[in-house]
Write a protein that binds this ligand. Structure first.
Ligand SMILES: O=C(O)CCC(=O)C(=O)O
Ligand SMILES: [Fe+2]
Length: 340
């Protein structure tokens, strides 16, 4: 069976007037997309195209600065997760040798921006604020899709969306994949971005014209997730997988080095906006009739709650959002507990 990534039009709930039935209809499409694939393209999402385009412009401006300038903004993990990440510094798979990309990460607290690009801050702030409404809509749709008693379940666990001082590990990552020219020498086994799952609830992924992103389907086949003009990709992360007992699995994805010389010459730019709950939120399987029914039907879905009291459990079900995210961040940056 070949799978494709569903396209979900959320225009009916993004405007001023929407009916409960519009929410139910969109939520049903999201349920199928996230349960079957774990990725979906959103159209009519309400984030203005010109705001996205302006952000790609500042991203190009920043990454084309000389390395010495970018180093001024280098991420210092002892202080925060905000800042510039050099190629090869972050490895998303334990067996990666080298991942050829750079990032500029903007965290939700202890924010700083590269002042060498004077408009960076205001341009980025506009996108962030335009994404807020979409994020709240998606969190509500997730709760409706799972038929949770409280449609605000996820929103109430992301209080930082209204009160930014509340600790959280949201991260807006501007990513640059440099062109690979015939004289670019890279270690054997280099990839652009190794296969991984994201750590949080959901990720909003913006891509410019150049593709390379691939996702692994339930049947184990890698399929392309090429850019669709003006659509935002949304994917599930680990915390949503834990919350839903794998009903919404965190889907593996990667960015491959293009196969043709012509494509290799093109740089790729993307933004991944990782949406996390408030740091102290405890992640434990939620009560949902949709999930229980699926668990009864399909015993390949792991019952994490039951497993957590069993002996072979790997996943302590009392983990906080912060603990899980930091565990994965430390692995990606090769930080051991003795480094701290
Ligand atoms: O650049 C991309 O499209 C993917 C980036 C990604 O998956 C990540 O940073 O987690
Ligand atoms: Fe990712």
């Amino acid at each position: 069976m070949s799978t494709s990534i569903p396209i979900v039009d959320i225009g009916s709930i993004s405007g001023e007037i929407s009916q409960p039935s519009d929410w139910e209809d969109v939520a049903a499409e999201i349920r199928n997309a996230l349960h079957e694939v774990g990725f979906m393209y959103l159209t009519n999402h309400g984030v203005p195209n010109d705001v996205i385009a302006e952000n790609f412009e500042i991203s190009e401006q920043f990454f084309s600065l000389p390395k010495e300038i970018k180093r001024k903004y280098k991420k210092n993990m002892k202080e925060s997760r905000n800042g510039w990440v050099e190629p090869g510094e972050e490895l998303l798979h334990p067996e990666s040798t080298f991942e050829y990309r750079e990032c500029f990460d903007i965290t939700s607290q202890k924010k700083f921006y590269p002042t060498d690009i004077p408009s960076f801050r205001s341009v980025h702030r506009r996108l962030e604020s335009d994404c807020q409404k979409l994020i709240k809509n998606l969190l509500k749709l997730l709760a409706i899709s799972l038929k949770l008693e409280d449609p605000e379940f996820f929103i109430k666990r992301c209080c930082h969306l209204d009160v930014p001082e509340i600790a959280n590990e949201c991260d807006f990552s501007m990513i640059y994949y440099p062109p690979i020219l015939t004289d670019t020498s890279l270690p054997l086994g280099t990839v652009r971005c190794a296969e991984h799952t994201d750590y949080e609830i959901i990720t909003l992924l913006f891509q410019n014209r150049v593709g390379g992103l691939e996702i692994k389907t339930a049947s184990g086949e890698w399929i392309r997730a090429d850019p669709i003009q003006h659509a935002i990709l949304v994917n599930t992360g680990d915390l949503l997988e834990m919350w839903t007992n794998k009903y919404y699995p965190a889907t593996l994805h990667r960015v491959v080095i293009p196969r043709t010389e012509e494509e290799k010459k093109s740089a790729r730019y993307s933004f991944a906006y990782f949406i996390a709950p408030d740091s102290q939120v405890l992640i434990k399987p939620l009560e949902s009739e949709i999930i229980s029914e699926a668990l009864q039907k399909d015993n390949s879905l792991q019952d994490l709650e039951r497993k957590s009291v069993g002996e072979e459990s790997q996943t302590p079900m009392t983990i906080t959002a912060y603990e899980h995210i930091m565990e994965r961040v430390k692995m990606a940056y090769g930080i051991t507990n003795t480094d701290e």
